[in-house]
Design a protein. Structure first.
Length: 58
């Protein structure tokens, strides 16, 4: 079978491929994983608690 206008056929095929690519690229993305809860005994910002030096004289 001979096409009347192979240029139009190739443009239609390219357009269909572009639409398929866009439909696949627009899939909903997975949500970000939940943040890990802080561990017991550690501060949230990573700094250690301040230690007050003890003096022997009262």
């Amino acid at each position: 079978m001979k096409l009347r206008n192979p240029l139009l056929a190739s443009l239609a095929l390219a357009g269909a491929g572009a639409l398929a690519y866009l439909a696949r690229a627009k899939r909903p993305q997975l949500p970000e994983p939940a943040a890990e809860p802080p561990r017991l005994g550690y501060s949230r910002n990573g700094s250690a608690p301040a230690v007050v030096p003890e003096t022997g004289a009262h």
